[in-house]
Design a protein around this ligand. Structure first.
Ligand code: PMP
Length: 304
């Protein structure tokens, strides 16, 4: 069970056991939901939510793509997040706002169903494990591709998209790996099941372009900003699969996964096992999210 005593639902805080929806809700049948994963870290000045505005913007953007009007303002959703953080007395947290189509009629057309919103928050440690943050994970190239262009939009963080991610993740785990790396429709590198991907070769940092069906990750943007701050050249390019095998370093980024090194892909060791660039960026990242080092003041929202 997820340890969160109070959940915000459609305007008020409810107890964990009362935060329920109807089995005929549209979202359950047709995947009509849009969400965010946000982290708050413990800092000297209390809990700070990392890049809250960008997450709220992406949530509203996902809804816009799907012609979904959110019945609360951005400010109200932010306020809900603060309430949930406080009600659960969280010092650090993983925060999950979700916009979904509720219960009215059960046809494919979502527009007859009410748009509902919930926010939950709970403590969640390292997504791929504490060990992974230090030593790296073993990944495989997935036999499942990411969504093809003009099928399901990958720039929307929609619940339905995560069926593809589930196939990628389960295949990797079944085969004894920690994570799967998906190629896009054209066979170029896209991303992990829930993380963006970076590689380092000859001191240059590469990450796939958005045209490779990757999510416009907020951690991706943070890492690009940090890398440039550290004077690395960062290239957003199409990446052929085999460049992963001959890279000096590979790492994954995400709000949940933070900055996680990749030790091997398809049982091929990445580089010589040293990860100087990944470690440098990872340290900088943790310093920034924890307010130890201020890169952009507006990236931290302190819970009032
Ligand atoms: N790609 C996918 C498919 C994801 O689910 C996530 C996690 N939201 C990411 C990338 C990383 O995005 P972010 O850094 O904004 O968490």
């Amino acid at each position: 069970m997820i340890d969160c005593k109070k959940i915000w639902m459609n305007g008020s805080l409810v107890n964990h056991d009362e935060a329920k929806i109807h089995v005929l809700a549209h979202t359950l049948h047709y995947g009509s939901s849009f969400f965010e994963g946000i982290r708050a870290y413990e800092t000297d000045k209390g809990p700070a939510i990392f890049r809250l505005d960008e997450h709220i913007e992406r949530l509203f953007a996902s809804c816009k793509i799907y012609r979904t009007e959110v019945p609360f303002s951005r400010e109200e959703v932010k306020e809900a997040i603060f309430q949930v953080m406080k009600a659960n007395e969280l010092k650090s947290a993983y925060i999950r706002p979700l916009v979904y189509r509720g219960y009215n009629k059960l046809g494919v057309n979502p527009t007859t169903c009410p748009v509902e919103v919930m926010v939950a928050a709970w403590f969640w440690g390292a997504y791929l494990g504490e060990e992974a943050i230090n030593s790296g994970i073993n990944a495989m190239t997935s036999s499942w591709r990411r969504l093809a262009p003009n099928t399901m939009p990958t720039l929307a963080k929609a619940g339905g998209n995560y069926l593809g991610s589930q196939l990628i993740k389960m295949e990797a785990l079944e085969n004894g790996y920690d994570e799967g790396i998906a190629l896009d429709y054209h066979g170029l590198v896209s991303e992990g099941s829930g993380e963006n991907l970076f590689l380092v070769k000859d001191k240059v940092i590469y990450t796939p372009t958005l045209a490779s069906s990757a999510l416009l990750g907020i951690t991706r943007d943070t890492v690009i900003t940090i890398a440039k701050e550290l004077n690395y050249e960062v290239r957003e390019e199409s990446i052929p699969r085999e460049l992963l095998y001959i890279a000096d370093e590979v790492f994954l980024t995400g709000t949940a996964a933070e900055v996680t090194p990749v030790a091997s892909i398809d049982k091929i060791q990445i580089g010589n096992g040293d990860k100087p660039v990944t470690k440098e960026i990872q340290k900088y990242y943790f310093d920034v999210v924890k307010g130890v080092r201020i890169l952009k003041e507006e990236w931290l929202t302190y819970v009032k």
